[in-house]
Design a binder for this molecule. Structure first.
Ligand SMILES: [Zn+2]
Length: 134
């Protein structure tokens, strides 16, 4: 059997990569940098833990367990990621738009910059609420 076929057969049924894999990779890089900058033995050892988890998870055949782990990770990670995306959008749109939260459904609403007090309908739940744009 050729090496290529052996490699393909080895990869069959394995979990592979997901968002948690990339997060562990980022954590590994951060720990590597900290270990390099501080020349700390502790961080040199700590950086191996996410690396071990990455390899273990990507070669695992227990796909359901790995998907559950990734779902738990995404429940924590997605709100954090959304917050950063919102901050990026706020900076990008700082001259043309203001962002307000609907008091009823907590949806984020993008409003054009028109100074003064306005009554705004929420596009998600339909509730009208007052807001002030400076
Ligand atoms: Zn609403």
């Amino acid at each position: 059997m050729k090496f290529r076929e052996k490699l393909i057969r080895f990869g069959l049924g394995r979990y592979g990569t997901d968002e948690l894999y990339y997060a562990l990779f980022a954590l590994c890089l951060i720990l590597f940098l900290v270990a390099a900058l501080t020349r700390s033995y502790l961080f040199s050892v700590l950086q191996l833990m996410p690396l071990f988890l990455m390899v273990f998870r990507s070669f695992s055949r227990n796909i359901h367990a790995r998907r559950r782990e990734n779902a738990v990770f995404l429940r924590i990670w997605n709100p954090i990621k959304s917050w950063f995306v919102l901050q990026k959008d706020r900076i990008r749109d700082r001259k043309t738009a203001r962002y307000r939260v609907c008091p009823k459904c907590r949806a984020m609403i993008k409003l054009p910059v028109k100074k003064g007090k306005h009554t705004v309908p929420c596009p998600k739940c339909g509730k009208r609420f007052e807001t002030r744009i400076f």
